[in-house]
Ligand binder design. Structure first.
Ligand SMILES: *Cc1c(COP(=O)(O)O)cnc(C)c1O
Length: 398
C-alpha cells in the first residue's frame, strides 16, 4: 500500500494502474529513462537550468488572479492560476522545457512528439528551436484541419509535421505513429510525451515537471488568502498533465478537494463523448494500464469532444487511481456547457480561455462551494488557437 499519491511504485504503479507495457524493441529506451530520470531531475545543474528557463523563457511564476466577477456569479472565492500566460499559451511548455533538458543529458540528437490540439506540438517545436535540435511532430489529419494555426506555428518554428491518417485521425493515432518512429529510431531519438500518459516513467516524469504549478499556487495562496490550502482545486483532464501539476502538492492534503473535469462531448450517452472515467474500463493503451474507452471486445472506442485537446480515449494512470480511490471527484461537461463557460469568462473577466480550460470553468456551478471557500481553477490555456471553433459556434457564444 502506498502512503503518498505523489509517487508511483518503482515499477510505475498507482494502485492497479500504470506500469510499462512496451514492445521489446523499446525496452532499452524506456529502461534508460526509468533508470536515469530521477537522478537527472534531482541534479543541481539540471534544476538551475530548468528554473532559469521557467523564469526567463516560460514567464514563471504565472499569476494567481482572484476573479471577483466570476466569484460573485458563483457565490464563492474563485482564483485563476494563469497558465494561459505561459509562453506559447498553455501549461504544456513546462513539460517540454524539462524534457528537452533531460534529452540533452541523455545525449539524444533528435526529438519526436505527438499532438492533439497542437499545443504540445507547438511547445515541443519551440524548445527544439531554442536548443537547436531537429523535431518531428505527429498529428492526426482531422486535428491538422481544425487546428491550422498551430500547424503553421510548428512549421514556422522549424518542425516537420507528419499527419496520422489511421483510425479517427486524432490524438491516439498520432501517438501510435510517434511510438512507431521511436521503435525505428531507438538510439538517437527522445520522445517527448505531452501528458501524464504512456509507459513508466512518463506519467511520473511529466507530473513532476508540471508540479511547479501547485508549488507556486501554495505560495501565492498563502500570500493572498493567509492559507496555503484552498477548499477546491479544479482542472480539466485530457491525458491529465495540467490537472496533475495543479493537484500535485495537494495530493497528500486530504482537506483539499480535487476536481477533475472531463469532456462529455455531446453527452455521456450520445456515443460522442470523451469522459473516460465514466465510460472507460481498465485496459492497456500506449504502454500503460489505465481506464480506457473500449467496446465489449476490447477495441478502443473513438472518443469525441469539440475540444481537440480532450478527445483522448484514456486518462493517465495517476488519475485513474485518484478516481478509483475516491481522492479526486470526476465531473463531465458537454461541448455546449463548455462554450457557455467560454463566453462567461470572456465577459466577466476579460479572459478568453482555451476550449479545454472552459470545461474546468463550467464545473464551478457543480461544486457546492461556500461563500468563504477558496476555489482554484487551473486556467490551462488561452483561446487564441480555438478562434475558428468559436467563430463556427457564435450562436452559442453571443
Ligand atoms: C493539451 C491541453 C489540455 C489537456 O491536456 P492535459 O494533459 O490533460 O493537461 C488542457 N488544456 C489546454 C489548454 C491544453 O492545451
Amino acid at each position: 500500500m502506498s502512503t503518498s499519491f505523489q509517487s508511483p511504485t518503482p515499477r510505475g504503479y498507482y494502485g492497479e494502474f500504470g506500469g510499462a507495457f512496451v514492445p521489446e524493441m523499446l525496452y532499452p529506451n524506456v529502461e534508460e529513462l526509468q533508470q536515469r530520470y530521477l537522478d537527472i531531475l534531482a541534479d543541481a545543474d539540471f534544476q538551475a537550468e530548468f528554473q532559469q528557463l521557467l523564469r526567463d523563457y516560460v514567464g514563471r511564476p504565472t499569476p494567481l488572479l482572484e476573479a471577483r466577477r466570476l466569484s460573485a456569479r458563483y457565490g464563492t472565492r474563485v482564483f485563476l492560476k494563469r497558465e494561459d500566460l505561459c509562453h506559447t499559451g498553455a501549461h504544456k511548455i513546462n513539460n517540454t522545457v524539462g524534457q528537452i533538458l533531460l534529452a540533452k543529458r541523455l545525449g539524444k540528437k533528435r526529438i519526436i512528439a505527438e499532438t492533439g490540439a497542437g499545443q504540445h506540438g507547438v511547445a515541443t517545436a519551440t524548445v527544439c528551436a531554442l536548443m537547436g535540435l531537429p523535431c518531428v511532430v505527429y498529428m492526426g489529419a482531422v486535428d491538422m484541419e481544425r487546428q491550422r494555426p498551430n500547424v503553421a506555428r510548428m512549421r514556422l518554428l522549424g518542425a516537420e509535421v507528419r499527419s496520422a491518417r489511421s483510425g479517427s485521425q486524432t490524438l491516439k493515432d498520432a501517438t501510435n505513429e510517434a511510438i512507431r518512429d521511436w521503435i525505428a529510431n531507438p538510439v538517437d531519438t527522445h520522445y517527448i510525451i505531452g501528458s501524464v500518459v504512456g509507459p513508466h516513467p512518463y506519467p511520473d516524469l511529466v507530473a513532476r515537471l508540471q508540479s511547479v504549478i501547485s508549488e507556486e499556487m501554495r505560495r501565492q495562496l498563502l500570500a493572498q488568502t493567509g492559507s496555503e490550502l484552498p477548499a477546491y482545486v479544479v482542472a480539466c483532464v485530457g491525458g491529465g498533465s495540467n490537472a496533475a501539476g495543479a493537484f500535485y502538492h495537494f495530493l497528500d492534503e486530504p482537506s483539499v478537494q480535487l476536481v477533475a473535469v472531463e469532456a462529455a462531448g455531446r453527452g455521456l450517452d450520445s456515443g460522442h463523448s470523451a469522459a473516460t472515467s465514466v465510460l472507460g474500463r481498465p485496459g492497456i493503451i500506449h504502454g500503460s494500464r489505465t481506464l480506457l474507452m473500449q467496446d465489449e471486445h476490447g477495441q478502443i472506442t473513438e472518443p469525441y469532444s469539440l475540444s481537440a485537446g480532450l478527445d483522448y480515449p484514456g486518462i493517465g494512470p495517476l488519475h485513474a487511481h485518484l478516481g478509483a480511490s475516491g481522492r479526486a471527484r470526476f465531473v463531465s461537461i458537454t461541448d455546449d456547457e463548455a462554450l457557455t463557460a467560454v463566453s462567461e469568462l470572456s465577459r466577466l473577466e476579460g479572459i478568453i480561455p482555451a476550449l479545454e480550460t472552459a470545461h474546468a470553468l463550467a464545473a464551478l456551478g457543480q461544486l457546492g462551494a461556500g461563500p468563504e471557500e477558496v476555489v482554484v481553477v487551473n486556467l490551462s490555456g488561452r483561446g487564441d488557437k480555438d478562434l475558428e471553433t468559436y467563430l463556427n459556434n457564435l450562436d452559442k457564444l453571443l
